[in-house]
Design a binder for this molecule. Structure first.
Ligand code: NCD
Length: 330
């Protein structure tokens, strides 16, 4: 298999590869081939070079992104909006949680109706919803491309792309690595998407969770059809010394029906200096953030603590996606 580290050395990917993304929706990590991942991440690396030079990029000039966030978000919404601004585009936003609702969905408007209208106001729609499948439904209503920024406990494909980009930047490769996904693998949508991308590589994926929060069986079955090797464990100590990348997740409190169950599992895994000590030399620690108590702040000073760098990588990766699906990367 080819090594992907060259995405950071090359210039813009070939035009015909970029053209394949025009008008595409980004709904699930399972939609990508490995070649397409190279193109997206290569484009992200290209944009990152410009970001570092602080050059204004005109690629999205005259275009509007609508960001519709029906669930809390800091990093995802702001990095999409920052990405659009960095490309000289404009942004219109609806951001609300169940507590503070300002849009017409509170009046009982269907998602279909809302999207039909927003589609006329913008060139690309980014949507987050607590409902699994909402982004697919939005894509069915919109003519313009729709990007899934998280659908309940379903998927979060753009996070998975920036996670992959981060692993490549931190480690130089995906192939040959042992990547351990830890915590709430049942409700955590970031890991549902990430494992699908990792399944396209020749790596080992270790899943560590309490029994109640295991990765859904259908996802495991699906991804093992590829070349990836999957091991499931409950005890991190058994695997940490062989782990190259430790991907920690938050226990998704808001998705539990049974609050007592949340209380039982919420502090099961706490990453601290001892975890780093017993980990493989140079182990990278990632987390999609926000963290609650899963990683002690002491760990932040450790060189392998990659979670803040990971969050910042969201900007070039989302710049690439926005420019690709609107045909402006060409
Ligand atoms: C994640 C999410 O919303 O799924 N956050 C993010 O997008 N960076 C993870 C989480 O909320 O735990």
């Amino acid at each position: 298999m080819q090594n992907n580290s060259n995405i950071f050395e090359n210039d813009k990917p070939a035009l015909e590869k970029l053209a394949n993304f025009r008008d595409k929706d980004i709904l699930s990590a399972s939609q990508f081939s490995r070649e397409e991942l190279d193109t997206i991440l290569g484009m992200a690396a290209f944009y990152e070079k410009y970001l570092n030079d602080r050059n204004p990029l005109p690629d999205m000039q005259g275009r509007i992104m609508a960001s519709l966030f029906f669930e809390p978000s800091t990093r995802t919404r702001l990095s999409f909006e920052s990405a659009m601004h960095r490309l000289s585009g404009s942004v219109i936003t609806v951001a609300e949680s169940a507590k503070s609702q300002t849009s017409s969905t509170v009046k009982g408007e269907t998602l279909y109706d809302a999207i039909r209208v927003v589609d006329g106001y913008a060139d690309v729609i980014v949507i987050r919803s607590p409902v699994i499948g909402a982004a697919n439904e939005a894509a069915g209503a919109a003519v313009n491309p729709v990007i899934n920024a998280g659908d309940g406990a379903g998927e979060h494909p753009t996070q998975a792309l920036l996670d992959l980009y981060t692993i490549l930047k931190e480690k130089g490769t995906i192939d040959g690595l042992t990547i351990t996904l830890l915590g709430d693998l049942k409700y955590g949508r970031t890991v549902h998407s990430l494992i699908k991308l990792l399944s396209l590589y020749d790596c080992n994926v270790v899943l560590v969770s309490p029994d109640e929060l295991k990765m859904p069986g259908e996802i495991v079955t699906d991804v093992t059809k590829g070349g990836v090797k999957i091991t499931e464990k409950e005890d991190l100590n058994e695997v940490v010394s062989g782990t190259d990348v430790l991907y920690v997740t938050r226990i998704q409190q808001e998705r539990f029906d049974d609050k007592a169950e949340y209380e039982r599992v919420k502090s099961k895994y706490i990453i601290n200096g001892d975890t780093i000590e017993s980990g493989k030399d140079g182990m990278s620690v990632m987390h999609p953030l926000p963290r609650v108590n899963e990683i002690e702040t002491d760990v932040d000073k450790y060189q392998g603590a990659a979670y803040f760098r990971q969050a910042i990588n969201g900007v070039p990766v989302r710049m690439a996606l926005l420019a690709l699906v609107t045909g402006r990367a060409l």
